[in-house]
Every structure is written in structure tokens, then in C-alpha cells.
Write a protein that binds this ligand. Structure first.
Ligand code: GLN
Length: 544
């Protein structure tokens, strides 16, 4: 298409939260990619936090990190995994960030004494964000977080309403995602909540062009007709989004429901040729015919909220796909690990993922100790690597007080707060008094791998780039003689100061990394560490 002005698709949600708007946006965008278009996805979050970096995983799920170091909503993870397009800082904004920009300008006197109001100042800032940093994209997908009717999302809805006038109907399309609940007593899908939600949108000046209706069952034609009539859309624009048992089936299901066709039709673009969805077909066929099975134990503090480990779960699944293996996840609460290690009885591999704070760390150290001594494949990620260093220091090097400064005062801080580090833009500084939000080592950093290492054989590359999100680092000065006892820091920062990976020489598969490899894994391009880890776990299962 290659037009200078991209087409904007605004996605709102109604009726209830957790309708899978993020996945819907990502799936739709992936079909457009298969059709040869260039796309970007953006998320506008109505909450007041400046970014989700300081939000508890219990409340908000995982915080996704981009290459350029933005801490973002987990939906950006779906976007990247479904489209392969790297998200940027400019792809996620919150009410908090918009207001801080507006207030900063106000304090600087940029508004020349004007009274600052939601309309036009806040809505202008939102519109500016939506229109910023666009290159040669054909389609911009902008998802509005929350549910229509929330107080917080009003300025965002108003901003996209104005954009329809600014950019024209021919450049903007409103998609509204709703729910058709099935009422068992009546044996019927109900359209009323959708009608109400659309009415609410209409009250704010937005007439949706397309309705994506989440449903457990097929929508009968008369119900579609009814929705179209009551919601003032054409019948073809009522798209069925039926529940499927794997997220990788969503792009195909949406295409079969005519979702992409309807959008192309709306924009007067040709839709005759079918998109090439073979990547998704291949993934689904592997998933339904896997010939092995492994149990992977994930030891963490947030195991009751699996959204906290969204990218990790996905990356493990991708590793399973690459090995044609079904992966069963065994969630192990790090605060409930008993000394008999019963919870590890049936696991073929153990992961200790990222995390914050001391609570649960002793359980994680026990898990690492168990994996090390029993030669169970082990992958440590971020905090998981830091705890692997502490476990080794305490139990192999016999330094009982070895710990992290994150957990309080210690005489032997093998993990400590890093106060200065090098970025592409120069030196960054941080100390104990730094603000909590946005003061971590964030985003993509180079790491150099030793050619004589297990990890090099996995990546088959000397220089790798991975994403970080942490405050503390391995204190190499205190770990220098670990090598003689078998712990090899095979991946280092380019200046050779920060250990980025470790491995045990005398173990079939014991690797830990300071970065988050799960953030870059894709279903159609599984991450090498996860491919290798699942493979090792599969080998372990065959030993039993
Ligand atoms: N809490 C650790 C740190 O801040 C690890 C963070 C993480 O696992 N993402 O360094």
C-alpha cells in the first residue's frame, strides 16, 4: 500500500474486562502482516501510573520491556509475539504519562497563561502521542485499555473521536470488542450487554464501524441481524470471535470470520487475495500432534497469578513447539517448598524466573540447590541467576553469609546494587535514594559469549542482544574464584565488568542469565535458550 498517511484502527472494549482485546489486536495485525502490509500496534492505558513498572504483578500481571527500555503493558508482548514487529517507547502511554507531560509544560509556561483543561490540552497530548513516531506504516492499531464507561478512559475516547474528524472517515476505523454471554436457562446468547455498551460509546460520539463479538457458541444469523440493527452497523460488520483452545488459532479463526476482509472493505482496499496464514497452521498442527511430553517446574512468588509470567509461559510453549513436545507447567510456590522436595518429584526441568524482594528467596535457593545436586536441567532468569550465584557461594564456596544487598545488609554481597553503568548514550548513575520508577538497567544490552561455553553453542553467536530489567548485578570482585569450582560466567558485558550469564561445567544443563530471554521469543521463532532447555528436559524425562 505504502501510503504516507496510515490507516488508523482504534480498538475499544465493552461489557467486561479481560475480553482479550490485546490478543484480538495482535491477531488482526498479524493477518495484515500476512497480507504484506506494514503495521504498528499501540496501547493507550487509562490508569494513573506513569508506566506499569512500579505496579505489582499481582494486580497488573507482567511488565513487558522493549528494546529501547520502556516498561510497558503486557499486551505489547502479544503484539511483538504475533507480528514480530518490535515495540518502542512510543507504543505505550498512560494517563499518568500524559498528565505529567501536560503539567510539565504548564509549569514551564508553555501554555502562555491559558487555563489548562482536559479538552483541548489533555486530548491534544493524547492525539499527539497517537500521531507521533510514525514512519511508513500502512496500518496503526491503537488499543484503548479498560472498558468503555470507565471514568479514566473518557479523555482517550474523546481524543479518538476528534481524530475521526481530523483524519477523516476514510483513514479511521472504530472496532469495538464485546461479549455475548450465553444464558443457560434461556439457552441463548444475549445481545443486550453489547447493545448497552455500543449505546455508551455512541453517547460519547463514537459509532463503531465493526463489532467483534466474543462468544462461546456460533452466533445465529438472526442474532447477528439483531445486533446490527440495534447497534447501527451493517450485518457483515458483526464479526464472530468464537472461543478457541489455543491462542495461535485466533488469527485463522478471525480470518475465517471475515474480520480482516471487513476492515479492508471499510477502507475500500482489495480483499480478494487470501492472506498466507501457513505459519499459524504449522504451529497449530505441531501443537496437536506433539510426540513428547515434559513437566517444567516454575518456582516463583506470583504463581497464583499466571499473567505475571505471561512471556515466560509463552517462551516455554515456543520451546515445546520447536521440540514437538507438549509442555506441562507445574507451578511451585517458592514459599511452600518443603524439605522432602516432593514438589519436584515429577518435574524434568526447573525454572526460577525474575522477581523482586527477599520473600520466597529461600525456597528458590532450595530449588536451585535441588536442581544442581540432582542434575535436573535448570534455567535461572534475572533474580533466578542472582540466586544461583548466592546458592553456589553458600553451598559450594561455603560462604554462609553470601547474599544480595536487595535482601538487606550482608558482609558478603555477591549481588549488589549497581551505581554506575555504561549505556549507548553514556554513563547512567543510580544510588539507594534514586526514584523507584524507571531507575533500573532497562532494555536491550550487548553481551559477549565465550566461544568455549555451553551457552555459545546454544546461541551460535559471539555477540548477542537481550533485554534487561533489574537494579542489582553480580559482584564479580567477590566471585572471581568461583570458576575454579565449576561456575563459569561465560557471557559478559562488553566492558567485561558485568556477568550476564553463568553455567555449571559439571552439570548436563544449568544455565542462568541476567537478562530476560523470554521477552524476545516468538511462536514462529522460538528462543534458542528455551529450545535447548526443553530439549534437555526431554532428555532428562527419558532417563526416568
Ligand atoms: N530484583 C532483582 C533486581 O532488581 C531482579 C529483578 C528481576 O528478576 N527482573 O536486580
Amino acid at each position: 500500500m505504502n501510503s504516507r498517511t496510515p490507516k488508523f484502527i482504534f480498538i475499544t472494549g465493552g461489557v467486561v474486562s479481560s475480553l482479550g482485546k490485546g490478543l484480538a489486536s495482535a491477531s488482526l495485525a498479524s493477518i495484515f502482516i500476512s497480507r504484506g502490509f506494514k503495521v504498528r500496534l499501540r496501547k493507550l492505558d487509562p490508569y494513573l501510573n506513569v508506566d506499569p513498572g512500579t505496579m505489582s504483578p499481582y494486580q497488573h500481571g507482567e511488565c513487558f520491556v522493549t528494546d529501547d527500555g520502556a516498561e510497558t503493558d503486557l499486551d505489547l508482548g502479544h503484539y511483538e509475539r504475533f507480528t514480530g514487529v518490535d515495540s518502542r517507547k512510543s507504543d505505550n502511554v498512560t494517563t499518568g504519562k500524559i498528565y505529567s507531560q501536560v503539567l510539565k509544560k504548564e509549569r514551564r509556561g508553555d501554555y502562555l497563561g491559558a487555563t489548562i483543561q482536559v479538552i483541548p490540552h489533555v486530548t491534544d497530548a493524547i492525539k499527539k502521542f497517537i500521531l507521533s513516531d510514525i514512519n511508513d506504516e500502512d496500518f496503526m492499531f491503537c488499543e484503548i485499555g479498560g472498558t468503555v464507561g470507565d471514568i479514566e478512559s473518557l479523555p482517550f475516547i474523546e481524543a479518538i473521536r476528534q481524530l475521526r474528524n481530523d483524519l477523516g472517515k476514510e483513514n479511521t476505523c472504530f472496532v469495538h470488542v464485546t461479549l455475548l454471554p450465553f444464558i443457560n436457562a434461556a439457552k441463548e446468547l444475549k445481545t443486550k450487554p453489547t447493545q448497552h455498551s455500543v449505546k455508551e460509546l455512541q453517547g460519547m460520539g463514537i459509532q463503531p464501524d465493526i463489532l467483534l463479538c466474543r462468544t462461546e457458541l456460533k452466533i445465529p444469523n438472526d442474532q447477528k441481524k439483531k445486533i446490527a440493527q440495534f447497534c447501527n452497523v451493517i450485518e457483515e460488520a458483526v464479526i464472530e470471535a468464537i472461543d478457541v483452545n489455543s491462542i495461535y488459532k485466533v488469527p485463522i479463526a478471525y480470518h475465517e470470520s471475515g474480520f480482516d476482509k471487513q476492515i479492508l472493505k471499510y477502507f475500500n482496499l482489495s480483499y480478494d487475495k487470501s492472506p498466507d496464514l501457513s505459519v499459524w497452521k504449522k504451529i497449530i498442527s505441531i501443537q496437536s500432534s506433539s510426540d513428547g511430553e515434559v513437566n517444567i517446574g516454575v518456582v516463583g512468588k506470583y504463581t497464583s497469578i499466571i499473567d505475571s509470567y505471561k512471556s515466560l509461559i509463552e517462551a516455554i510453549t515456543h520451546g515445546g513447539i520447536a521440540n514437538k513436545t507438549k509442555v506441562n507447567l507445574v507451578w511451585i510456590d517458592s514459599e511452600n517448598i518443603d524439605i522432602n522436595f516432593d514438589c519436584f518429584k515429577d518435574v524434568n526441568g526447573i525454572i526460577v524466573p525474575g522477581g523482586f524482594g527477599e520473600r520466597g528467596s529461600n525456597g528458590k535457593i532450595l530449588a536451585i540447590n535441588y536442581a544442581r545436586l540432582n542434575k535436573i536441567p535448570f534455567l535461572g532468569i534475572c533474580l533466578g541467576m542472582q540466586l544461583a550465584v548466592i546458592e553456589f557461594a553458600r553451598n559450594v564456596m561455603e560462604i554462609k553469609d553470601a547474599s544480595s544487598t536487595e535482601f538487606g545488609k550482608t558482609t558478603f554481597p555477591v549481588i549488589s546494587l549497581l551505581t554506575e553503568w555504561q549505556t549507548k548514550k553514556g554513563k547512567e548513575k543510580r544510588d539507594i535514594l534514586s526514584e523507584y520508577g524507571g531507575t533500573m538497567r532497562l532494555g536491550s544490552y550487548e553481551c559477549r559469549l565465550d566461544k568455549n561455553s555451553k551457552i555459545y553453542n546454544i546461541y551460535k553467536n559471539k555477540i548477542i542482544y537481550e533485554r534487561h530489567r533489574h537494579r542489582y548485578e553480580v559482584n564479580l570482585d567477590l566471585c572471581e574464584n568461583f570458576f575454579e569450582k565449576g561456575m563459569n560466567f561465560a557471557g559478559m558485558s562488553p566492558d567485561n565488568i558485568l556477568p550476564e550469564t553463568l553455567e555449571l561445567n559439571d552439570h548436563p544443563w544449568f544455565i542462568a542469565v541476567q537478562f530476560h530471554p523470554e521477552l524476545k521469543s516468538k511462536p514462529f521463532q522460538p528462543h534458542p535458550l528455551f529450545i535447548s532447555f526443553i530439549n534437555a528436559s526431554l532428555n532428562q524425562s527419558r532417563l526416568l
